[in-house]
Design a protein around this ligand. Sequence first.
Ligand code: URA
Length: 166
Amino acid sequence: RTAKRLCFARGSEQARIMMIGEAPGRDEDLQGKPFVGRAGQLLDRMLAAIGLTEGHVYITNTVYWRPPGNRTPTPEEIEACAPFLARQIELLSPSVLVLLGGAAAKTILGTSEGIMRLRGKWLSYSCAGRDLPILATLHPAYLLRNPEQKRLAWRDLLTLKAAIDA
Ligand code: URA
């Protein structure tokens, strides 16, 4: 009711790397694209640090509309978008799924385990009869608030780079 635009995805539909964040914020709502505000700019710099551009990734969120006042999406909102997200993963069929932050990790992995425990190691998601490698990492908005944690995100980025270079 309060969102201005649908924010479905940005990046390439041919990408081998799919990234899932939480929910659009103000800038995303204005532009109709995920991760175009400050957190998105940091995400782009993080990707550039391992040699990736928008053409190498497909970026979406667990919900496609901005929750009022940037509140956390409700379980009902996440559930309403979940079948579309599952189909998005199936159609893109990426080689690697990167989960940005706890909300995406909880949604996709169906766990209540915190992001600090889940991040940085290879996990798996079963999709259309195949197991998709998953890497969870810290959300760029969290890194903006806690820059000292960027070293953990950097480790995760190197783990991602090693996998895509292999
Ligand atoms: N944070 C998210 O999780 N997604 C966006 O699209 C922007 C900020």
